[in-house]
Ligand binder design. Sequence first.
Ligand code: NAP
Length: 356
Amino acid sequence: MTEEKVADCEKVIIIGSGPAAWTAAIYCARAALRPLVFEGAITEENRLAGTLPLGQLALTNEVENYPGFPVGDLSAYLDAAIDPSRRAAMAPHRGHGVSGPELMELMRKQAGNFGTRIITEDIVQVDFRRYPFELSASDGKSYRALAVIVATGARANYLGLPSEERFKNNGVSACAVCDGALPRFRGKPLVVIGGGDSAVEEATYLTKFGSIVYMVHRRDKLRASKIMAQRAMTHPKIKILWNRVLEEILGNDQDGVTGVRLRSTVGEPELTEPCAGVFLAIGHTPNTAFLEGQLELTAKKYIKLTTPGRTLTSVEGVFAAGDVADDYYRQAVTAAGSGCMAALDAERWLAEKHPE
Ligand code: NAP
């Protein structure tokens, strides 16, 4: 490749804006790679899909397990660290330690402090068959890069029921932290579907607003970690409905959700419970649709990493980090760690491929 061709390319483009993307950006920026981050577009479509900038952590409340943030009031530190306009737009948080949105704003700022450039658009198409790689953004522009780090994360799943679709934004949500405080849910029974950590987290959060929170789980044992499961089972406002699946969400256009019809998985009679809200917490789908045919994906559509313990993908020069390539750990701290690994992999690969 000619020198000119390399010169008018980005060295590294990072796609995504969760802990993996920002950590990759911090490392790339400090390695003088001048990373360009596509953090995602702010659109209604992305809001409904749960793919707005700053990813899933922006949709959570308290983050109790990210190391370095024990109990404490971070307000003064956040005031000093975050740009005033973004700080003003952040929801107040008086919890113990850091919140998801706060953690993401801090990481974004840290990446920016080292010279990361950020574009608030989606990458909608990639051509990894050409080199330099070509990426098309949602603003209609094209970008070329010598290396790419994909860190687009995953988004919440829905069951696919027609009634679920009908009442989305009218009592049905996949994010308690985003929607739970709405007046429609205050003092009313609420339902959470799922038995994992997310379901417990959503249910616990919703106890602040609902009169009672039913967790509907299809088995007789929670998938959630022991400490979280214990929390759900002992909470005075959470009632677990075991061996049940959601058949239909009941309601009307005026009031939205008014109840749920639940089928038993063990032959019990059907159950109808009145409620004002249904919150889905049944796992996630990786954000890889724009990579179909360009990168090798797993059967569950996660990016396939080709070398154990590394961030290499089926295309040389394209690296993956965070939940988009991880259906097992899916933690903020593991995502951040893999973002660091992707940056180091990209840096070393570039040094070999394009020695100065
Ligand atoms: P998950 O662990 O995969 O749990 C999904 C839950 O939804 C399971 O209980 C599953 O039932 C149920 N489910 C899936 N499809 C369903 C369907 N079609 N109908 C009914 N139920 C269905 O997902 P997650 O809770 O989102 O957690 C993902 C990862 O993030 C985990 O590693 C978790 O530890 C982590 N996380 C951690 C925290 C924390 O530590 N604070 C908070 C949130 C998430 P089965 O159990 O029967 O499969």
